[in-house]
Write a protein of this length. Structure first.
Length: 490
């Protein structure tokens, strides 16, 4: 008879499942982005990105933070999963109906070119799939394989549709429809899988049950809304303040930013339910928080520093010469990537440990700052100003979240994070020097290949030599064990 997996075994299994899916999704997304950027041109590509930016805020109004809330509650009280899911789906049914009407009214009222308005209406059809995407159920139960399968299928299907139907800038409508269709089909597949293998699908209309849910999830929703500000408000504001060409160039740079944050979604999906389950025991909380911090920076620091070291090559390989004007903006956005990975553990712990109000405060402060900074910096510095505003706002979120975690839980754990950032900086600088010294004016793809290989080798060597990540902990995670002394590490 098979033995149940330990906590470490679940982490390792879930990480492996999500890593494979996120890698596939990132690869498919990168290919789709490069293809669309070249086929549509900067202006139509900018229209597509502008629509995604607008839609993101309405998608958050549909879920209202219930994805994080649902995953947390299921992780802490699995016996309530069925009733909780049915009530949450009832709530989401009500919100998607109201938000869809609001979305189409707003799009109609905005002073936009007809082509942009049609793209927005097509993309708005994806709100229904957003309401019924049930990743939070499987995340709360720490069954990430289903999430991994859905993400892989969605990215592959979207890429296939894009490659099949997009050929010219006039195909922007079909480009907008492809991810909507892929999202709807895969959301339906996951709902069917839940119904057959986990718990019955059902929609309960019980407004009395929605009130406590909303009370707990609304601070999360506000924080998510402010988080969306970091990634999309600059594109929205550029859409009203700059030329379509510059908007398209910046959309390309923001797509690279999103690719660098793929690992953040993976690590957060794996660690957030584990961090939540550690509540309220101080020893496990400290251990899981430290693991979360190390995992985030182990993956995020080299990605961010590599982006800073090779921005022109990245832009050239993915987008081509028309987008090279975004190189400086991309370098700044890679600083935002680093700050985002530094903020993952403190921000995630706030929601996991029932301090979601301060999570909301952190992201609200950053969101307000981002809007204000964009208003000041975009007219003066264009897309570089938009990138700088995003970076400064993310640093503010990091400062607020880390301060709150220290004041309430006396947790910091920035030492290992700083060491990982230092190792990544040394590796990126060495890789840049080696690429320049050996290759000179070689094609961008060759520079990236040689620089990336050298940088990865140097980084891993430094991590091993500095013992930033204890080898015994890594071996234990792979073998499905956690260190026995974690609970006593206070």
């Amino acid at each position: 008879m098979a033995q149940p997996l330990s906590e470490g075994g679940r982490i390792a299994r879930n990480f492996a499942a999500l890593f494979s899916s996120q890698a596939a999704a990132a690869a498919a997304g990168l290919v789709a982005t490069a293809f669309l950027a070249r086929m549509l041109g900067t202006e139509s590509f900018g229209v597509l990105g502008f629509g995604v930016a607008i839609l993101s805020y309405f998608g958050l109004l549909v879920t209202l933070g219930t994805d994080v809330y649902g995953a947390r509650e299921i992780a802490q009280t699995p016996a309530r999963a069925a009733r909780l899911v049915h009530d949450l789906l009832g709530l989401r049914t009500a919100t998607v109906a109201a938000v869809s009407v609001l979305y189409f009214v707003v799009v109609f009222a905005l002073d936009l070119p007809e082509r942009v308005r049609v793209v927005l209406w097509i993309q708005g059809a994806g709100l229904l799939a957003t309401a019924y995407t049930l990743d939070f159920v499987f995340q709360g139960l720490q069954r990430m394989g289903a999430i991994a399968a859905r993400q892989t299928m969605a990215s592959a299907l979207s890429l296939a549709l894009v490659l099949l139907v997009v050929r010219t800038p006039e195909d922007v409508y079909l480009a907008a429809l492809a991810p909507v269709a892929a999202g709807a089909l895969t959301a339906g597949w996951l709902a069917l899988r839940m119904h057959r293998a986990v718990l019955p699908f059902g929609i309960a209309v019980r407004p009395a049950a929605w009130r406590p849910m909303l009370k707990a999830s609304l601070p999360i929703a506000v924080a998510q809304l402010m988080g969306a500000v970091f990634f999309y408000i600059d594109i929205v504001m550029l859409g009203f303040m700059e030329t379509p060409h510059l908007v398209g160039v910046y959309v390309g740079m923001s797509r690279v930013l999103m690719v660098t944050l793929v690992a953040a979604g993976l690590i957060g999906s794996v660690f957030l339910p584990v961090v939540a389950a550690a509540w309220p025991d101080a020893g496990p909380m400290r251990a899981r928080y430290r693991d979360f911090m190390i995992a985030a920076l182990l993956a995020g620091a080299p990605v961010a520093l590599a982006g800073m070291a090779f921005p022109a090559e990245i832009v050239s390989v993915i987008f081509g010469a028309p987008y090279l004007g975004g190189t400086t903006a991309l370098t700044i956005l890679m600083g935002m990537t680093l700050a985002a990975y530094l903020a993952m553990a403190p921000a995630g712990a706030l929601t996991s440990w029932h301090d979601q109000t301060w999570h909301m405060v952190a992201f609200s402060a950053g969101g307000v700052a981002n809007v204000a900074l964009n208003l000041v910096l975009i007219p003066r510095y264009g897309i570089e100003g938009a990138a700088t505003a995003t970076l400064l706002a993310q640093l503010l979120v990091l400062a607020v979240a880390a301060t709150r975690i220290w004041l309430r839980f006396r947790l910091f754990e920035m030492g290992p994070a700083a060491a990982l950032v230092l190792a990544a900086a040394i590796a990126a600088a060495a890789a840049r020097w080696l690429a320049d010294a050996v290759l000179g004016d070689a094609p961008a793809l060759a520079v990236l290949a040689v620089g990336g290989t050298c940088g990865a080798a140097i980084y891993l060597g430094l991590v091993a030599a500095m013992r930033i990540v204890p080898l015994r902990r890594l071996r234990g995670a792979v073998a499905g064990r956690l260190r026995k002394d974690d609970a006593g590490d206070r």
